[in-house]
Design a protein around this ligand. Structure first.
Ligand SMILES: CC(C)(COP(=O)(O)OP(=O)(O)OC[C@H]1O[C@@H](n2cnc3c(N)ncnc32)[C@H](O)[C@@H]1OP(=O)(O)O)[C@@H](O)C(=O)NCCC(=O)NCCS
Length: 175
């Protein structure tokens, strides 16, 4: 499916559709995320509202096709002074009917472009569960490299999954 994709930071107004898509994500992909449906459905509205402040350092970026929220990805920069050069990307999700059309890649590229514009930010972390080669391939194709693996990082219905940790240098030295 090809459609025009518009990216924009989600705001408080988007709370309902954001929550709907987030709950769909954690329910449909129980092993793809650190969080679970049970955790997210129980979360207070404030937790969701706090993610949608539209701040350049802590946001959820939405991908819209025809006014529909088709996909999203979270970004958060660390706040402690000694950690402020580091940010993390989390919760990448594209609704099933829109997959394979470049939305996931566009969302991540959008996050990377915005990250490069933040003074003092040096690298971005992302974690992918070992049973998700499609997502890992996407991250590596955008320049992320694996720096470590946490064995049995997640236990879902009694089954262990490893976390693969990747990092992207935003300003690699020219060679
Ligand atoms: C992973 C995900 C976000 C990709 O979104 P998408 O919009 O389908 O991805 P794109 O169309 O932009 O594809 C980007 C790249 O991902 C990889 N990819 C996507 N789907 C794939 C598949 N079914 N098999 C293998 N690789 C795949 C390819 O490398 C692709 O690059 P290419 O187009 O040059 O071949 C989406 O499949 C998804 O939401 N999955 C469930 C949730 C999830 O796993 N999130 C990631 C958690 S870390």
């Amino acid at each position: 499916v090809t459609a025009t994709i518009t990216l924009r930071l989600l705001e408080t107004n988007d709370l309902d559709r954001y929550r709907r898509l987030r709950l769909e994500a954690v329910r449909a992909e129980p092993t793809a995320f650190g969080s679970s449906y049970e955790t997210e459905i129980a979360a207070r509205a404030d937790k969701y509202r706090d993610r949608l402040t539209g701040s350049a350092e802590n946001y959820v970026l939405g991908a819209f096709t025809d006014d529909q929220l088709a996909g999203m990805v979270g970004f958060v920069r660390e706040t402690a002074p000694r950690r402020a050069h580091v940010a993390s990307v989390w919760g990448l999700y594209v609704a099933p009917r829109w997959r394979g059309g470049g939305i996931g890649r566009t969302l991540l590229a959008g996050v990377i472009e915005r990250a490069r514009a933040l003074p003092g930010l040096e690298h971005v972390l992302i974690t992918v569960v070992s049973n998700n080669p499609a997502a890992r391939k996407l991250y590596e194709s955008l320049g992320f490299t694996v720096w470590g693996i946490e064995p049995a990082a997640l236990k879902v219905d009694g089954v262990d999954y490893d976390d693969i940790h990747l990092l992207l240098h935003l300003h690699p030295p020219a060679r």
